[in-house]
Design a protein around this ligand. Structure first.
Ligand code: MLT
Ligand code: ZN
Length: 469
């Protein structure tokens, strides 16, 4: 988009939304025009900061009238370009809609505005003796509205499910500028389509989530963690099954030795195990009675070593020790960020993980002979992150093209296993062209139809998730 068109759009904003806080500062356009991805240069016309829901309603209404594209923006921690504004759009930041509105101890719900940070909800729940259990590395800056728009998953999906499972109600402004309140906290509501669930995971393409009522639960019991070193990929699922039979697992995470090396280099710390094993798992389990949980874990460990599945392991009994072990897994994304990773976020049914991994392993070696590939993921959910790192001297565009081309055969393989090309990172801008690998033509057609109803002017996050037109 040319600079003069951008100027026209800024003027339009001033004329039609004079009450709205607007920034056209280059640094703000840069920071709020993108998420954590680095494959597109941000180029929004402006960033607006509504402070009240009514301002969002008004903005969307006039934007729909005049065909002005809007990009909803939360904590901008997304990994698929869902919050990237690269074509002169107006970014709608939810940063200033950050009030905690209500808490109900009987319903066990908290109602928040969309811009409230995930960790703030967790802390608020903890202060009231409860827990908001959706947890992931970006929780210190991700916002509830963005979590809902992407149906964020994270580290304990195995135990607690996804964001979807914790949304008791939500309010959103659709693409016409109407405010809709969906399922205000009802546990049971058999009265037709549940628009709440349509909005969850819609990546800002149907409307802007402005408020949510979240369910809370009991705080978790004391937990311990264990890191195990494996020699072979095919030992992963036997270890998972053995652990799940004996322990109340809350997480079962996987990472490769190459990912661990990056973490150790980044944090300047020693690895958790004395021996270098090519694959590692981190498992977290309830340990309410101290000794009992630990002796079960020790028994599992012995069995896994005897069968040859596991070479070595370490247990973190106290909360501090467990936290230290988690750090090896949680710090992977930040440790590789400088290498501009191309992220694949694949998932198959848990039962299909072993065969999928074996097939994928062969394919990756053939597809990326010269590129460094790191593996990690939430293997207990069937979700594998495959990160390809950009070599220092390689141009970004050439790197993206090489990865995108190689990804297609990986996606075809994923499809043959009945899997998805995005388990938790969303489709956004980067995977939009590949949606057909995990959704049928009929499904995509229905998605387009639904979008046309909720966003007839096509102004809500255009170009993301589904191509329209
Ligand atoms: C993770 O599992 O750490 C997150 O999905 C982030 C990432 O994959 O980079
Ligand atoms: Zn993840």
């Amino acid at each position: 988009m040319h600079q003069n068109e951008i100027d026209v759009r800024r003027e339009w904003l001033q004329n039609h939304c004079p009450e709205l806080a607007v920034s056209t500062e280059p640094a703000v356009l840069q920071s709020h025009g993108r998420d954590w991805t680095r494959f597109r240069e941000p180029r929004p016309a402006a960033v607006v900061f509504p402070e009240h829901v009514e301002q969002v309603v008004h903005l969307v209404r006039v934007a729909a009238e005049h065909g002005v594209p809007l990009v909803p923006s939360g904590g901008r921690t997304g990994l698929s370009g869902g919050a990237v504004a690269a074509a002169g759009e107006v970014v709608v930041s939810l940063d200033r809609l950050r009030r905690i509105l209500d808490f109900d101890a009987t319903d066990r719900t908290v109602t928040v505005e969309a811009g409230v940070v995930t960790a703030a909800v967790q802390a608020y729940a903890a202060e009231r003796g409860l827990c908001y259990p959706v947890s992931f590395g970006a929780e210190g800056s991700s916002q509830i509205g963005g979590n809902i728009a992407t149906n964020a998953g994270g580290l304990r999906v195995l135990r607690y499910g996804l964001t979807r499972d914790w949304v008791a109600g939500l309010s959103f402004v659709d693409g016409r500028g109407a405010l809709l309140e969906c399922n205000a906290g009802l546990v049971k509501n058999a009265s037709g389509f549940d628009l709440r669930h349509l909005l969850i995971g819609s990546e800002g393409t149907l409307g802007i989530v402005v408020r949510a009522m979240l369910r809370l639960t009991d705080p978790p019991p004391p937990r311990a963690a264990m890191v195990l070193g494996l020699d072979r990929l095919d030992a992963l699922m036997p270890v998972f099954r053995a652990a799940r039979e004996a322990l109340a697992l809350s997480a079962f995470e996987f990472f490769s030795a190459t990912a661990l090396q990056r973490v150790c280099a980044h944090l300047g710390c020693a690895p958790p195990l004395a021996e270098a094993c090519p694959f590692l798992v981190l498992l977290e389990f309830d340990n309410p009675d101290g000794e009992d949980g630990l002796s079960f874990a020790a028994a599992i460990y012995d069995r896994c070593v005897e069968t040859g599945w596991v070479r070595e392991g370490v247990i973190g009994e106290s909360a501090t020790q467990a936290r230290a072990l988690w750090r090896y897994r949680e710090a992977i994304p930040e440790s590789i960020a400088a290498a501009t990773p191309y992220k694949n976020d694949l998932a198959v049914r848990i039962s299909r993980v072993p065969d999928f991994l074996a097939a994928l392993d062969g394919q990756v070696a053939a597809q990326y002979p010269e590129l460094e590939v790191l593996w990690y993921g939430h293997i207990g959910d069937g979700n594998l992150h495959m990160n390809v790192l950009k070599p220092d001297g390689m141009a970004l565009e050439a790197f993206e093209q090489a990865c995108a081309a190689a990804s297609r055969s990986i996606y075809a393989l994923t499809r043959s296993f009945g899997g998805t090309i995005s388990a938790e990172h969303g489709i956004g801008l980067l995977k939009q062209a590949d949606l057909g690998y995990c959704r049928s033509a009929a499904e995509i057609e229905h998605m387009r139809g639904i979008k046309a109803v909720l966003d007839p002017a096509g102004i809500m996050n255009p170009g993301k998730l589904i191509a329209v037109g």
